[in-house]
Design a protein around this ligand. Structure first.
Ligand code: GLA
Length: 378
């Protein structure tokens, strides 16, 4: 769980923005709810230009006190620092990449006290094949050789069935799709590169087996609170749609990496991002990604088995009108128990014991998120 600079700022980042974000994570209560990593995306580097001509270093105008200052700052506050690079000679935004200098760069990042690396191969010519697997593996090994505990995001935009090889290549999470856009549902967008929230959910269906402790399907950074004003393509979504997006990323066990301006959040957004009951579904130690267990047109039910025997359930209404939805204990969740206690994780309320099934009205573009506790006989 953390924040990444790209969705809101693009490459226009600097020390002040990063420090203000860290303050906001703490002051809003997000840190206490589990948000930990503050990640610099592309644009922290000194030079826009190829590695052939340049050394990798930070931009001293953007980061006058350097990256290790930021890392120390985060560590003193119980946070962690992430950084960005890629296996190309240039990164996706044209800055100096790590191509051919993995060992050096891993050591540099470790010496700065970095805790996470997003390693982005979108910039690699050819964008695929064995090459790209080896390039990620090389960086993974270089990071391990530093002796520092650094999480590796193998960012390959969902190409080349990355979920099949990223874990073995040393990745701890991997994007399953191209870049997210700041839209809940914009049919046709996906074909022109960008995935809206519903596209990304569809993309993850069927990939459940690849995600679990140690390595996770990454549904891309959250667009909650961007409101069409960030650096991404898209017109924004409603606060309720953003909450649905957050709930679904949580139950799908995606890394939760928020990408908006945290210094400008209203009460509803803070409530969305600090709902520890929904976050607990995401962080559950069993680490199972919810599967889609029922689909009736626009009405979809997702379920995630939890470590204590409960189930996390999402009743997702993708349609344009409010709808009656239900989940059946045996047919949808495979439970033996006839009865179960149902808790609504947004209302923070136990709804009592339901026998056989639970039904409720779900508003358009909203998701009802439940924790279901089967009742054992006797
Ligand atoms: C790619 C990635 C984005 C971001 C940019 C940076 O587009 O998918 O998440 O990291 O590169 O240039």
């Amino acid at each position: 769980m953390g924040w990444n600079s790209w969705n809101v700022y693009g490459d226009d980042i600097d020390e002040e923005k990063i420090l203000r974000t860290a303050d906001a994570i703490i002051d809003s209560g997000m840190r206490d709810a589990g948000w930990e990593y503050v990640m610099l995306d592309d644009g922290w580097q000194k030079i826009r230009g190829s590695r052939f001509l340049n050394e990798l270093d930070y931009d001293p105008e953007k980061f006058p006190r350097g990256i290790s200052y930021l890392a120390d700052h985060m560590h003193e506050r119980g946070l962690k620092l992430g950084i960005y690079s890629g296996p190309g000679v240039e990164t996706c935004a044209g800055y100096t990449g790590s191509g051919g200098h993995e060992r050096e760069d891993a050591e540099l990042f470790a010496s700065w006290g970095v805790d996470h690396l997003k390693y982005d191969s979108c910039c690699w010519p050819g964008k695929g094949g064995q090459d790209v697997i080896e390039l990620h593996r090389t960086m993974s090994e270089a990071l391990k050789a530093t002796g520092r505990d650094i999480v590796l995001h193998v960012c390959h935009c969902g190409w080349d069935d990355v979920w099949e090889w990223a874990r073995e290549a040393g990745g701890h999470h991997w994007r399953i799709g191209q870049d997210i856009c700041d839209d809940f549902d914009l049919p046709g967008h996906r074909e022109s590169y960008y995935f809206d929230v519903l596209d990304m959910i569809d993309r993850g269906v069927g990939l459940e087996e690849y995600s679990g402790p140690g390595g996770w399907n990454d549904f891309d950074m959250l667009v909650v609170n961007l409101n069409g004003e960030g650096a991404l393509v898209g017109d924004g979504a409603t606060p309720e749609e953003y909450r649905t997006h957050f709930s679904m990323w949580a139950i799908l066990s995606s890394p939760l990496i928020i990408g908006s301006d945290l210094t400008r959040m209203d009460g509803y957004t803070i409530e969305t991002l600090t709902n520890t009951e929904v976050i607990a579904l995401n962080q559950d130690p069993l680490g199972r990604q919810a599967a889609r267990v029922r689909k009736d047109g626009d009405l979809e039910v997702f379920a995630k088995p939890l470590a204590n025997g409960d189930q996390g359930v999402a009743l997702l209404n993708r349609g344009p009108t409010d709808a009656e939805m239900e989940v059946a204990w045996q047919e949808d969740l495979g439970l033996d128990a006839a009865a179960a206690v149902v808790r609504d994780l947004w209302a923070h309320r136990d709804l009592g014991v339901s026998t056989g099934r639970f039904a409720t009205t779900v508003r358009s573009h909203e998701a009802t998120i439940l924790r279901v506790t089967p009742q054992t006989s006797g």
